[in-house]
Design a protein around this ligand. Structure first.
Ligand code: RIB
Ligand code: CA
Length: 311
C-alpha cells in the first residue's frame, strides 16, 4: 500500500514534537508533504523554530516548514508556557534550526497543496485550528483535496485549560467552528483518549533505553512535561496528546470511538471552546465527526517506541 499524503499542522510543544518524530519515522505509511505551524503552546516564532529543529533532528532537512497564523481568527492568543516551558520544547537540548524560515505562509501552503492534489490529503491537526480554518474560509474549494482531518482537540468530558474546554479548541473556538461545520471528514482525538495515554516511568524508561539522540531528546521532553504536569489534573501522570493522532493514522485498530455530532461553544465566557459531543444522539443532528474515546495504551507506546528507534 502506498504511503498516505499528510500535512501536519502543529504548535510544538513537546507532544507535537514527538508526533512529528513518529510521523518522520514512518515513511512507508505516511508521506509528510509539509509541516505548517500555528501559534498555540508558545508564540508562532517559537513553534516554527521548534518544528524546524525537530525536522533537523530527524534528518529531514529538505522538508518544508511553513509558519502560519500568529494569533486566533478573532481573539487574543492564549499560550501555555507554564506547561511547555519558555521555548515550548524544554527538556530537549537541540541546536538552532538549519537555514532560514520558509517565505511561504502556512495558509498559502495549505491552499496550494490542497487545491488539486493527485490523491486526497490527510491533515493531522495538532494545535489550534486557525491555519486550517483560514484556508477553508479563503478557498472553500480545497475541501475536495482533503481526505480527512484527524485532530487532537476537544473532549467528551472535562476540559484541561478550563473545566469545560480543551486547549486547542479553547484557543481558537471560531476556527474550530469553521472546521467542524465544513463538511470535511473529521476524526476527533480528544482528552478522553489522550488522558489514557500516560507517560509512566516504565514507558519513559523504554524510550530512554533506545539510546539515540532522538530518544534522548524525546525522553528529555517527556520528563520535563511530566515534571510540569505533576500534581495537575488529579495527579494522573503526564498524558501524551498529539502522537495519538499519528498513531491513529498508523494503526487505527489501537483506537475506538463512534460517529457523533460535535458542536463548538463560541459565545459563553464560562464554557468557551467546549466541544459538545452528542454521544447518545439525543439532538437528532447528523454526526459530523468520528469521536475517539478508547485507546490500547500499551499498544500505542509499543508502536511509538519501536518507531522512534528507527530514527
Ligand atoms: O490539550 C492538549 C493540546 O494542546 C496538545 O495539542 C498540546 O500540544 C496543546 O497544543
Ligand atoms: Ca499541540
Amino acid at each position: 500500500m502506498s504511503a498516505r499524503p499528510v500535512i501536519i499542522d502543529c504548535d510544538p510543544g513537546q507532544d507535537d514534537a514527538v508526533a512529528l518524530l513518529l510521523a518522520f519515522a514512518s515513511p512507508a505509511e505516511i508521506e509528510v508533504l509539509g509541516v505548517t505551524t500555528v501559534a498555540g503552546n508558545v508564540p508562532l516564532e517559537m513553534t516554527e523554530r521548534n518544528a524546524r529543529r525537530i525536522r533537523d533532528l530527524a534528518g529531514k532537512g529538505g522538508l518544508g516548514v511553513y509558519a502560519g497564523c500568529a494569533r486566533p481568527l478573532e481573539r487574543e492568543l492564549v499560550t501555555a508556557e507554564h506547561v511547555h516551558g519558555k521555548t515550548g520544547i524544554d527538556g530537549a537540548r537541540l541546536p538552532e534550526p538549519e537555514g532560514a524560515p520558509a517565505p511561504l505562509h502556512g495558509v498559502d501552503f495549505l491552499i496550494e497543496t490542497l487545491h488539486a492534489p493527485e490523491a486526497a490529503v490527510t491533515i493531522a491537526a495538532l494545535g489550534p485550528l486557525t491555519n486550517i480554518a483560514a484556508a477553508l474560509a479563503r478557498s472553500p474549494e480545497i475541501k475536495r483535496g482533503i481526505g480527512e482531518i484527524v485532530l487532537m482537540g476537544g473532549a467528551i468530558g472535562l476540559g484541561n485549560v478550563t473545566p469545560a474546554a480543551e486547549f486547542n479548541i479553547h484557543v481558537d473556538p471560531d476556527a474550530a467552528q469553521i472546521v467542524f461545520t465544513s463538511g470535511v471528514k473529521i476524526t476527533m482525538v480528544g482528552l478522553d483518549v489522550t488522558h489514557k495515554a500516560i507517560v509512566t516511568a516504565d514507558r519513559l524508561g523504554a524510550i530512554e533505553a533506545i539510546g539515540t539522540p532522538v530518544s534522548q531528546a524525546v525522553s528529555g521532553m517527556l520528563a520535563f512535561a511530566a515534571d510540569r504536569h505533576r500534581g495537575r489534573i488529579g495527579g494522573m501522570g503526564s498524558p501524551l496528546h498529539d502522537p495519538c493522532v499519528i498513531a491513529y493514522l498508523l494503526d487505527p485498530a489501537l483506537f475506538g470511538g463512534r460517529e457523533a455530532h460535535v458542536a463548538i461553544e463560541t459565545e459563553s465566557a464560562l464554557t468557551l471552546g467546549r466541544t459538545v459531543v452528542d454521544w447518545w444522539g439525543v439532538t437528532g443532528k447528523a454526526p459530523n465527526a468520528t469521536v475517539i474515546d478508547g485507546i490500547d495504551a500499551d499498544g500505542f507506546f509499543a508502536l511509538l517506541t519501536e518507531r522512534l528507534a528507527r530514527l
